[in-house]
Design a protein around this ligand. Structure first.
Ligand SMILES: O=C[C@H](O)COP(=O)(O)O
Length: 253
């Protein structure tokens, strides 16, 4: 049985004060629920302050990105060790916005994943096809490349600290969610890839989250599917009521 994960990616939103207020509300809500792991990913500048707010909470803290280097003359970068230092247990890597807007390649994402795992972080590794890739029948090739190259060289022990998030790019921030059938099909394909690249046990233990316009109104249906182990939520994670409803999903698989 895989323990579900509900993660909120706050992207480039919220001041430190706003982040602490939202984290405080979520901390209170999370205290009463034990059916999943809960993770929030505020902006870098709010991490340490939010970490202090989350003391004693079952809500975990994540960075939204990190460098593949541990220190040095890399202006504007943040090392994995620095995320740990700020109170993070997780980091999101390979998000489609990083791939598309900042030109991150599968190789760079692989280097970041290795660096993050070596430092002791857990990784939420994002993959997903664009609409053009889906419509031209390249979806499976794209997912296959992202998984194979992104997770190249990782050990079984390291895979224990990796969560995959399948986020079809066409569903992110568009209000257009993949149907639960489309998501289940992609998740099942990804689990098969992991079985081939590692082994059956690693693939059975891997938690695969769905991301892309997850809302209070569709989370239960998604969470009810066999291969959907959680959600990576963008827009709806910025509102306490919406995210608390998502944390309280009803689906069973
Ligand atoms: O990381 C989260 C995803 O990009 C989903 O964002 P969204 O829920 O706003 O579609």
């Amino acid at each position: 049985m895989r323990r579900p994960v509900i993660a909120g990616n706050w992207k480039m939103h919220k001041t430190i004060a706003e982040a602490v207020e939202l984290a405080g509300a979520l901390k209170q809500a999370a205290a009463g629920i034990d059916h999943a792991d809960f993770i929030i990913a505020p902006v870098f500048t709010a991490l340490a302050t939010v970490a202090a707010e989350l003391q004693g909470s079952n809500l975990k803290l994540s960075g939204q990105n990190c460098s593949d280097k541990s220190s040095g003359a890399f202006t504007g970068e943040v090392a994995p060790q620095m995320l740990l230092d700020a109170g993070c247990s997780h980091v999101i890597l390979g998000h489609s916005e990083r791939r598309q807007l900042f030109g991150e390649s599968n190789d760079l994402i692989n280097a970041k994943i290795r660096a993050a795992l070596t430092a002791g972080l857990r990784v939420i590794f994002c993959i997903g096809e664009t609409l053009a890739e889906r419509e031209t029948g390249r979806m499976y090739d794209v997912l296959s490349e992202q998984v194979t190259q992104g997770l190249a060289g990782l050990s079984e022990e390291q895979m224990d600290r990796v969560i995959v998030a399948y986020e079809p790019v066409w569903a992110i921030g568009t209000g257009k969610t993949a149907t639960s059938d489309q998501a289940e099909e992609a998740h099942s394909f990804v689990r098969g890839l992991i079985a081939g690249q590692f082994n059956l046990q690693v693939s059975e233990q891997l938690r695969i989250l769905y991301g892309g316009s997850v809302k209070p109104g569709n989370v239960d249906e998604l969470m009810a599917r066999d291969n959907i182990d959680g959600a990576l939520v963008g827009g709806a994670s910025l509102n306490a009521d919406d995210f608390i409803r998502i944390m309280n999903f009803n689906g069973t698989n």
